[in-house]
Design a binder for this molecule. Structure first.
Ligand code: ADP
Length: 266
């Protein structure tokens, strides 16, 4: 879409010329729709934790009540959780805005993918549980990848979190690796709910969530996978999915290998 608008060139008070500006408004439409999406995200997603915090603080502030320590502790933990949720929303919001503006910066360096996967696992709340199976292929001598450690870690944290969250069974997540001439491919396979073929092509779209009845799963924003995809795109890598509903899903993260000849001259 293009729009054209005419304008007058003014020299003090005198019109002495006329010009035209052609603008590509496709991008502007996208930005507008992102803004609208974010406004509706804000009104829905921010309201709940803020209302929770307000209620808890009001309770704690009541001078006429003599709350038990354990009750106060419970309220504080709730506040802490709600603040975490707001922080996550803001971070996701900033990330998706950067991605949509084509301004996601990645600081790439030669790095071992094994350490990125391990660090991601450490950041998960239930890291010590037996839901994880690391395939021997991840212990192999894999080529170095050329990646932003923090960003790539974020991708794996997101994939592991989803693998555990969208799962009605005892979660089991298997991580394996393989490489070809250009990439290291990491496969994250879960035994979760799986994703119906109709949804598969959309799950990387921002705000897209497969309709879920279970209320414990309503806390997501539908931004996670869009951000992961954006991060992989900005690495010149890929993020793909294979899934069978009712059986499980495999997310395949393909990261460019470190190539000293090319990468060091950049
Ligand atoms: P969110 O988790 O906040 O909803 P995501 O972008 O991470 O957002 O995921 C989008 C949707 O894709 C989720 O709502 C869920 O329906 C589906 N999904 C993502 N990962 C998995 C998975 N491992 N197994 C089943 N469904 C998944």
């Amino acid at each position: 879409f293009m729009t054209v608008s005419s304008f007058h060139v003014l020299n003090q008070d005198h019109v002495y010329g006329r010009g035209y500006v052609w603008r590509d408004i496709t991008k502007e439409h996208e930005v507008d729709s992102l803004k609208n999406d974010l406004i509706s995200l804000a009104s829905h997603e921010f309201k709940t934790p803020i209302t929770g915090i307000k209620g808890s603080v009001e309770t704690l502030l009541r001078t006429d009540a003599d709350w038990e320590e354990s009750f106060k502790q419970e309220l504080l933990e709730g506040i802490h959780e709600d603040i975490g949720r707001i922080q996550q929303l803001i971070e996701d919001w900033l990330d998706i805005s950067k991605i949509e503006a084509g301004a996601m910066r990645v600081n790439r360096e030669p790095t071992r993918i094994q350490s990125i996967v391990r660090n991601a696992i450490k950041r998960l709340p239930n890291a010590d549980e037996h839901w994880l199976e690391i395939d021997a292929s991840l212990e192999d001598r894999l080529p170095l990848v050329y990646a932003d450690k923090t960003r790539l870690e974020q991708v794996f944290v997101n994939l592991f979190t989803n693998a555990i969250r969208y799962n009605d069974r005892q979660p089991l997540v298997r991580v394996s690796a393989e490489s070809d001439d250009t990439y290291v491919h990491i496969r994250v396979t879960d035994n979760g709910t799986g994703i119906h073929a109709d949804h598969l092509e959309h799950i990387f779209d921002r705000f897209y969530r497969v309709d879920l009845s279970s209320s414990r799963r309503t806390s997501g924003t539908g931004l996670g996978l869009a951000i992961c995809k954006g991060i992989m795109d900005s690495h010149g890598g890929q993020l793909r999915v294979e899934s069978i509903e009712g059986e499980g899903s495999t997310f395949i993260v393909s990261i460019p290998q470190y190539n000293p000849k090319e990468d060091d001259t950049l």
